[in-house]
Ligand binder design. Sequence first.
Ligand SMILES: Cc1cc2nc3c(=O)[nH]c(=O)nc-3n(C[C@H](O)[C@H](O)[C@H](O)COP(=O)(O)OP(=O)(O)OC[C@H]3O[C@@H](n4cnc5c(N)ncnc54)[C@H](O)[C@@H]3O)c2cc1C
Length: 381
Amino acid sequence: MEFRRSEQDLQFADAVRGFALRNLAEGALERAHARSYPKDVARLMAEQGLLGITIPEDAGGIGGRLFDAILAIEEIAAVCPRSADVIQAGNFGAIRVLAEFGSDQQKQTYLSQLLSGDAVIAIGMTEPEAGSAVTELKTTAEPVDGGFRLNGTKVFTSHMSDAAMILAYVRFGPGTQGIGSVLVDRKSDGVSLGKPVQSLGGETWSQLYLHDVFVPEQNVVLGEGGFKKQIAGFNVERLGNSARALALGRFAFDLARDHALERKQFGRPICEFQGLQWKFADMKVELEAARLLLYRAAINADNGFPSAEETAIAKLACNCAGFNAANEAMQIFGAAGYSQDNLIEYCFRRTRGWMIAGGSLEMMKNRIAENIFERRFSQRP
Ligand SMILES: Cc1cc2nc3c(=O)[nH]c(=O)nc-3n(C[C@H](O)[C@H](O)[C@H](O)COP(=O)(O)OP(=O)(O)OC[C@H]3O[C@@H](n4cnc5c(N)ncnc54)[C@H](O)[C@@H]3O)c2cc1C
């Protein structure tokens, strides 16, 4: 077992950090408060080979490892926390499902736009009555001549205002077996957005209404029986969520450390108060333990998708460590950390959201318990 990064990992991380310092350090605070997806950053990252890191070369990607994409999130977030979302969208989310399960035609039409940074894709899974119980989703895909007609509503979808396309989870038939996914062009007839609302994370959320939306047969990514594959792909998304939570926690920790060295109260730097030293020690242990769990899940996944159990353990640990670090960093900063003049409060808001998104902390614990007891626990009454 090796707990050090290899020479190759260090070189890659250095190159990404250099790119971030040259291109993203300036404007990091403004980017954090911008409502829209940073497409300019996506294009720059595409040129640098930071989109499609884990996607095979013959599909237009870089052919790297999932672990490389995790390193990229860490290095980018250390300079510009908001830009880590672009690494997520360009490597971990729906893009990975499309690259793995999409047809050649889907890859040519859609994947190329995502890899160039010209477009972003949203993942429409959650519905008003189907959150944690995602298999209760109601959006239907009825077969018609040449394709399917979709009817349903999706909620809380990241990047919905900027997305050119949506990977929508739909129901072709009853039960979990009946669930699959289709690509929906945002400009299709019958697609509309509801009233915009602001999330705590700073994003604009709008409900997505699908009213008799025609989707051609060739836009089906996973048909009936595809749910298990869809969730296997979603575990990659969860590791991206975990990596960002950890990276933003670390970002806040580093700022708080510098602050504690410089800020003086009662005539001495506040790092000299043991009450604060212990906060730092606790944060460091939590952040490092979570990082090892994240690395384990990513490195073990290099021949495919990460295991559900290792992903759940990593997500739980990273979400908690990231949020706790951001929360404690805010305390250490005092009122200055509560101000939007500073990225601490941004890290606090974003890490809080990831405890709910992509499978809540409680759902991760349910998943871990199933492995402990080696049995499935139905959550239904
Ligand atoms: C920042 C953010 C980004 C998001 N992005 C997307 C996106 O891009 N696409 C998308 O489709 N969705 C997205 N979501 C929605 C997200 O997937 C859901 O919020 C999540 O699945 C939880 O569903 P819910 O909000 O309906 O809560 P509910 O499912 O109503 O849960 C409410 C509470 O009950 C708990 N709970 C529920 N069931 C159980 C159980 N069996 N055991 C123990 N506790 C339980 C939950 O953990 C939670 O604390 C996003 C959410 C957030 C916060």
